[in-house]
Design a protein around this ligand. Structure first.
Ligand code: G
Ligand code: G
Ligand code: MN
Ligand code: NA
Length: 254
């Protein structure tokens, strides 16, 4: 089954890999950073979505080992890019609530950043609204330690969970990501457009920068630029890339 397959993938080499989706300045359209997205191609050659295997990894607790492995991989990748003189900006990494609740992820990350001489503000930790509201002591202490060290925090899939606005000011997150489900409504659904405007106003008043996700056509981009959105991510500007293609994109943008 999936759990057993994932166990095999984690013990071996090559089945698990990372893709990097660029995040662009909404106005200049220069790439400013990369979101790290996990990919799994199993022994049979099938691609299994993280939407499918991350929950399995969470339920089994494997996410702790998986997340720790991934963190090491991406920090060393960032150090390699730095050594090559490539300015890829920041890396935005999805971190599961289970990882935050069961692992000293803050200590682990800060240790890696020190070892590879990378400044803390070049890492963005993406969490969901549910994570933000967690009362688990380790979740709270991890987030506080990350924040205190200058690691950035981003609220992913914003507007799709049980948002409690009071938690937004408690954490002082740096970024808010407007979920794709609102972006698809641009030009089609007046209430999606109004919700996006309200999210932008809220973020502005809390001094958060806003990333719109899943932007896949030019009219969506135009709407978001006019509405004052800061950052754009989506297939219109770039799909998730291999490390080599991501490096090329930033090389060209120099
Ligand atoms: O990349 P894709 O659109 O297939 O991702 C599907 C879902 O899996 C998204 O919700 C995304 O946040 C999540 N996801 C992708 N990569 C990672 C990862 O490295 N870690 C965690 N925890 N979730 C991820
Ligand atoms: O939950 P999270 O926001 O981390 O999920 C990000 C996922 O969204 C990535 O797996 C990525 O493949 C997917 N994605 C990114 N841009 C687009 C887009 O423009 N259209 C669609 N359909 N999916 C996108
Ligand atoms: Mn994300
Ligand atoms: Na999202």
């Amino acid at each position: 089954d999936l759990e057993q397959g994932l166990r095999v993938a984690m013990s071996g080499e090559g089945e698990l890999s990372m893709r990097y989706q660029p995040i662009f300045d909404a106005n200049t359209l220069r790439p400013l950073g990369l979101e790290v997205l996990l990919r799994w191609q199993n022994e049979a050659g099938e691609w299994i979505s993280p939407a499918e295997f991350v929950p399995v990894a969470e339920e089994s607790g494997m996410i702790v080992q998986l997340g720790a492995w991934q963190m090491e991989e991406v920090i060393s990748q960032l150090a390699t890019w730095d050594a090559e003189g490539l300015e890829v900006g920041y890396l935005s990494v999805n971190v599961s609530a289970v990882q935050l609740a069961r692992d000293d992820i803050a200590g682990r990350l800060l240790h890696l950043l020190a070892r590879y001489h990378i400044s803390t503000d070049r890492i963005v930790v993406e969490i969901t609204e549910t994570t933000l509201m967690s009362k688990a002591p380790l979740v709270k202490s991890n987030l506080a330690a990350l924040e205190a060290a200058g690691v950035c925090v981003s609220i992913d899939d914003f507007g799709t969970g049980y948002s409690s606005l009071s938690y937004l000011k408690e954490l002082q997150a740096d970024y808010l990501k407007i979920d794709r489900s609102f972006v698809v409504g641009i030009g089609k659904n007046r209430s999606d457009e109004e919700i996006i405007n309200a999210m932008l106003a809220l973020a502005r008043s809390l001094q958060m920068r806003v990333v719109a996700e899943g932007v896949d056509d030019a009219s969506q981009l135009r709407f978001l630029q006019n509405a004052g959105c800061d950052l754009i991510q989506g297939y219109l500007l770039s799909r998730p890339l291999t490390n080599l293609d991501a490096a090329q994109l930033f090389d060209r943008a120099r």
